[in-house]
Design a protein around this ligand. Structure first.
Ligand code: KG4
Ligand code: ZN
Length: 322
């Protein structure tokens, strides 16, 4: 494929994944690479910020070179650079910022900072060419964030609710650790849950006053810890705990989302972030809500650099790219 359009290089290093994307205005997203550090952090039971930064330093230049080489694209063809400037781990963000600035100076091209959460919000539109219908509600659920946002238009969001303690992904990871699984815990819990029996344990959902859209998950985590510490951890028990824990988290998310949908009367709910790949959540949400639910395609639910390219694009053209 020849070089036809304008190329945008996107760099996302807010947490533990080194992510590089290359967008071509003529052909769409040509590459959206996630170089994961999961196996490195796995033995620590969670992300170690210092190691995350070191791994970004080691990987960044070679991942960029790999993307350009495999797409037979010269670095001089890049028209602009986009990078995440937060929220995230300071040192990881700084590593991405440094390489973005370095390339921008060498190539004499502009370099734009974008917000990581805004990227997650629009990640549902990667690979879908359509006009975005505002307003919509966005549930962002990952290891670092749990947010319920009302998106009125591009660059105009209202934070409706957030977690008062742990994020959803964090509580999945902590409970997974209690049950003897590695990092990331969410996929392990989801898998093991399919062997568990409902009603074996009961972990309540903590809900707040009628008009609150905030979440709280640490109470559920404490209940799980108490059960784990007072039970014999057989494989049946582990599956039962995992299943009932997951059920409890998902029903909390469903209750708050339906509450917001009723309150705002929106027609579309987007669900993004690593936890949004949980299939039980898809099933339960489709049963309890009447709105149109949109999830990111393929692997775009977690951190990726492709989602950042959509932010300026949506702001300029009001629609998504292909
Ligand atoms: O968005 P993400 O890749 O990175 C952050 O920005 O944190 O999210 C990672 C989080 C982890 O906490 C992981 O346990 C959780 O998403 N996760 C899941 C599932 N897949 C990933 N949680 C529940 N069910 C899953 N299938
Ligand atoms: Zn994220």
């Amino acid at each position: 494929m020849g070089i036809q359009g304008i190329f945008i290089l996107s760099i996302e290093t807010s947490c533990d994944d080194t992510c590089i994307a290359l967008y071509d205005s003529a052909y769409g997203m040509r590459a959206n690479i996630v170089c994961t550090q999961e196996s490195i952090h796995n033995s620590y039971g969670g992300i170690v910020p210092k190691i995350a930064q070191q791994q970004h330093v080691l990987a960044l230049e070679s991942v960029i070179a790999y993307v350009l080489y495999t797409l037979k694209t010269y670095v001089q063809c890049i028209f602009s650079i986009i990078y995440t400037n937060g929220p995230g781990l300071y040192n990881s963000l700084f590593t991405g910022f440094k390489i973005a600035k370095k390339l921008s100076c060498i190539l004499r091209i502009p370099c734009y900072a974008v917000n990581h959460i805004e990227g997650h919000i629009y990640s549902t539109y990667i690979g879908r060419e359509c006009f975005i219908k505002y307003p919509f509600c966005a549930l962002v659920i990952s290891g670092g964030h749990t947010l319920l946002v009302m998106v009125l238009r591009s660059k105009k969001c209202i934070l409706m609710g957030t977690t008062l303690d742990d994020s959803v992904g964090e509580v999945f990871d902590k409970v997974a650790r209690l049950l003897g699984f590695g990092y990331p815990g969410g996929p392990c819990i989801e898998l093991v849950s399919s062997f568990g029996g409902i009603g074996m344990y009961s972990f309540y959902r903590l809900l707040f006053l009628q008009h609150s859209f905030n979440f709280s998950f640490s109470g559920i985590k404490t209940l799980v810890r108490n059960v784990v510490e007072s039970s014999l951890l057989t494989s049946t028990n582990i599956a039962g705990i995992a299943m009932n824990f997951q059920e409890s988290i998902i029903s909390t998310l469903c209750v708050i989302c339906t509450r917001l949908i009723t309150y705002t009367n929106v027609r579309v709910l987007t669900i993004t972030g690593g936890v949004s790949s949980n299939m039980e959540l898809h099933k339960k949400l489709s049963m309890v809500t009447t709105v149109f639910t949109l999830y990111p395609c393929g692997t775009c639910s977690g951190d990726n650099a492709g989602m950042l390219v959509l932010i300026p694009y949506v702001a300029f053209f009001g629609k998504c790219l292909h």
